[in-house]
Design a protein around this ligand. Sequence first.
Ligand code: GCO
Ligand code: MG
Length: 418
Amino acid sequence: MAEDVRINARSTGLPPLRIRAARVIVTCPGRNFVTLKIETDQGVYGVGDGTLNGREKAVVAYLEDHVIPVLIGRDARRIEDIWQYLYRGAYWRRGPVTMRAIAAVDMALWDIKGKALGVPVYDLLGGPSRDGVLVYGHANGADLEETKDEVARYLDAGYKAIRAQTGVPGVAKPYGVSRDKDFYEPAEDELPVETIWSTPQYLRHAPKLFDALRVRFGDDVELLHDVHHRLTPNEAAQLGKSLEPYRLFWLEDPTPAENQEAFRLIRQHTTTPLAVGEVFNSLWDAKDLIQNQLIDYLRATVLGAGGITHMRRVADFASLWQVRTGCHGATDLSPITMATALHFDTWVPNFGIQEYMRHTEATDAVFPHAYWFEAGRLHPGDAPGHGCDIDEALAAKYPYAPKQLPVARLEDGTMWNW
Ligand code: GCO
Ligand code: MG
């Protein structure tokens, strides 16, 4: 008689991993990061990122007051059940604070499960779909000449895809142009810096940037550009049309996306690929854009959109309409998010590209990680879990410093979209 090989329906191959403690670590190695550390009774711990640029303390309070108390004693193996508990149990569903708190828990739980099983997270998701994750870097300059030189520098560094942002004549602090060419950090001051925006100046200047870049670098380099929510739908249609000769990889955030229907107007006038979603926090923010094929890339990521557990669903839904991922990866997402996103990127079938704004050396020291850059791609490494940790002793040397993102006004003083 063959041995009874029925598997106990409750066994997962792992012993119960009871959550015995969890705490939030806030550190500011040049900019603020919010990290959740979850410890289990088996000695395995995991870390997750909960950073929300300019609103970090809101996520800290949400985690400390409303999440950690309900985590203690739960089985860390039950990633999905804990996600559903925190999402449905919140009652006040969705929103950037709630979903980043859930994301911090989710990243930490996937990290724990990978460590407990001794496998990298991408193997838990279904294994690699690619060798290395195509990334894009951020070239920016005060004027066309400096921007061209910065693109050349990123090409020399091995990037295959480069976002280009440049100064706009008559606009004092345009989006995406930084003093430090390697590290772009917009949240510079305790109170929001007021910037002025001129759409007419911008619409006249943007095509000149990409004409200059194609003349100097030819067609091989993938060029991206971020409009950063500054245009009306019709203005975005004008811009998309004017940039068609330069074949951008994508035009990002052309107009605010609360009204997903607005993208239909842009789509009617231009074939320039569109990317949106770094400010989205759930599939519901993108559902109409995806199913009406109004975008080509979705910028939501494991931090903003509730962790791997939700991002898998978002990506699968997007794949039905051939929308690809283009995860947000600015410096205000910690190396824990970058590490976790790279495991997601390594697995996800409808991968597009990963943003890669390098962190400072101080940040990389606080968050030691397994991922590395080579020939225009990031590689997650094969450490168990997501491969990123936090050096708590070093983190403690960088106390929280209140910072806020800038705001934007039009030249007549009208509040606008930063
Ligand atoms: C990007 C984003 C950033 C945001 C920043 C806000 O495309 O990387 O637009 O530059 O402005 O993440 O905190
Ligand atoms: Mg952006």
